[in-house]
Design a protein around this ligand. Structure first.
Ligand code: IPE
Ligand code: IPE
Ligand code: MG
Length: 240
């Protein structure tokens, strides 16, 4: 029997806020607000569990197509929670980073993000990445464009483009690939999250809506992960 797989990087699609609110006849925004409380608990729990990288999907490139009122409520919530949480995160040694296309964010939010990243950039207790305005296809395309740019400047030839090289050009370039992917809310799809990075990640889906998710459920996902054998294409015998 091989030893338990190590758990360094957890990536989560925090889904189900709208349905949670609808079940209570509340506006969808109430679900997002409750979702933020859960996010705070999960970040703390991951830190305590010794997770080194936590990547949270907060807003996808496709979520820009939602009703304007919901988008604006979400942007306000991002700004508010960043303002109220960043000090505490910094004190806990959390390095905060945003992944995604920022040009659609307001200038004010962009500046807030920049300051939060600058404030926490030397921290290394937990690397917390918030994917906002993020799409896996966008990420791959921006890496392709970067790579082509290097080639046009004669800085590389096609043979130089290895998997390692390409991985390094993604917005997650300096992080290991996620070991465990969690999606709450019952849907079993990737919804354009880390498409390249999840190639060998262990997937865990649960029906719990994100605002009902908890530390206990998180630890259940960790337990499920630890009971798995990651083979990466090898045979069981090779791993034993
Ligand atoms: C996830 O919850 C949060 C965002 C996508 C911003 P949803 O808002 O997608 O909630 P459901 O899936 O409609 O319940
Ligand atoms: C994925 O959830 C994005 C986030 C949780 C931020 P969605 O609710 O947007 O995904 P779909 O539309 O159900 O695939
Ligand atoms: Mg959803």
């Amino acid at each position: 029997m091989s030893s338990k797989p190590s758990l360094l990087h957890v990536a989560i699609i925090m889904d189900g806020n709208g349905r949670w609110a609808r079940q209570r006849s509340l506006p969808r925004t109430a679900g997002h607000k409750q979702g933020i409380r859960v996010t705070r608990e999960v970040v703390t729990a991951c830190g305590e569990a010794g997770i080194k990288y936590l990547t949270l999907f907060a807003f996808s490139s496709e979520n820009w197509k939602r009703p304007k009122a919901e988008i604006s409520a979400l942007m306000n919530l991002f700004a508010q929670s960043l303002q109220s949480e960043i000090q505490r995160l910094d004190e806990k040694g959390v390095c905060v980073r945003f992944l995604g296309q920022r040009n659609a964010f307001s200038e004010k939010l962009c500046e807030q993000i920049r300051l939060a990243e600058e404030l926490t950039c030397k921290n290394d207790a937990l690397f917390l990445s918030i994917a906002a305005g993020y799409g896996g296809r966008w990420d791959i395309l921006q890496a392709v464009k970067d790579t082509v740019g290097d080639a046009l400047r004669d800085e590389l030839v096609p043979e130089d483009i290895s998997e390692e090289y390409f991985t390094s050009r993604l917005v997650t370039g300096d992080m290991p690939a996620p070991d465990l992917f969690i999606r709450t809310g019952g849907e079993q799809r990737l919804s354009n999250f880390l498409l390249w990075q999840l190639a060998y990640t262990e997937l865990y889906f649960c029906d719990t809506l994100w605002p009902d998710f908890s530390r206990d459920e998180l630890y259940r996902a960790f337990e499920s992960y630890r009971a798995r054998q990651r083979r990466f294409g090898l045979t069981q015998e090779q791993l034993a």
